[in-house]
Design a protein. Sequence first.
Length: 206
Amino acid sequence: MQTNTAPYDATLSQPLNLSFEGGISTDSVLSDPPQGKTVLLLSSKKRIEDAFIRFAIPLEEQGIQMICQGLSGGLGRMQAEFTSAEGTSIWLITPWIFESIEVPFESIDHLIIDTLPFDHPAHTVLSKRSEHYQNPFGEYTLPRLQHRLYRILRTFCRYKTKDADALLLDKRLETKGYGKDVWKYLKQLTEKPETKDSPEDQLVLF
């Protein structure tokens, strides 16, 4: 199959303070969450459950509300709890669910992405589709990753506060060649406002 291997070409609708800190761990974030309302994207519900077991009580003792996908009710209840939370709070959710959230504008102070949200390698349909590419990782997997990151940051921009920031923790952004390309792509997203001609829906095969 012939394919365009260029990265997803779009920009975000508003400026975004985006940074990378490979030396910061999820544990350090959960041990001392930033002030305000934070969304922490973890790669699976299992990781969220593990974090809840380890940090729920210490955070509660600090007066910090912890909201966890799979443990704090459905999406509607989690959204309501996050919206009504006072003081510092942290919402642990997977990237795939985060894309569909609906909260009031200017609700999120910090977005932290723990790992690059690749598709699960055991996904049957996606594995079959990737077989049609000469270079499945470069021509299919990476563009899907870029498109997902774009959607995640677009959702964040919709609900972030004026001085909000987004932080990525995955060390592969500096240790892997493809990670450096992904980081370059992410920085390009913030260079100029999105225009009417930005091809949001161009990845129809994805």
